[in-house]
Design a protein. Structure first.
Length: 163
């Protein structure tokens, strides 16, 4: 038998993004969230320090605003995994698909024991309490301001004579 050299990728895998989405949906229960709001909440949950919250779980990398571009597909894949396990349901509404935690979501999350997950749960509580009632336009405006600030912070100042 030949050994496989394939490694298991957990960072930003469907399992990680699915669990992050599940944590947000469980914290928001019984409210249903659409994919855009899950995307925004997921981003804020791991970068809470950017919006005057508790310290961020993920590092403050200069190009993290680009995460939103790739995160959408990752979260969709994670949600599909959670749906296939009966932890999340997807509802078709006149405004598009909405996602909601199932009854087994809480016990499933309670059974997981890792410091990272405890940190995610704490941040999810903060995100939902702080931003749940914020309208779509307001949350996007807030995130745009955050992106603009990153752009200013991480721009390399032009220095005469270098080019």
């Amino acid at each position: 038998m030949a050994e496989t050299t394939e490694t298991v990728r957990t960072f930003n895998s469907p399992i990680e993004t699915g669990i992050r989405a599940l944590i947000l949906l469980a914290e928001s229960y019984p409210t249903q969230l659409d994919l855009q709001r899950l995307l925004e909440f997921d981003y804020i949950m791991v970068h809470t320090g950017d919006v005057d919250g508790p310290p961020s779980i993920h590092p403050a990398l200069p190009l993290r605003s680009g995460e939103l571009l790739v995160r959408r597909e990752l979260i969709e894949r994670g949600l599909m995994l959670m749906i296939s396990r009966g932890l999340v349901t997807r509802h078709a509404t006149p405004n598009g698909f909405m996602y909601q935690a199932e009854d087994d979501a809480g016990p499933f999350l309670d059974a997981l024991d890792a410091e990272y997950l405890a940190d995610l749960k704490d941040r999810a509580t903060w995100v939902v309490e702080r931003f749940h009632d914020m309208g779509d336009q307001d949350i996007r405006l807030m995130l745009t301001r955050v992106y603009d600030q990153w752009s200013r912070e991480f721009q390399i100042p032009e220095q005469p004579g270098l080019f």
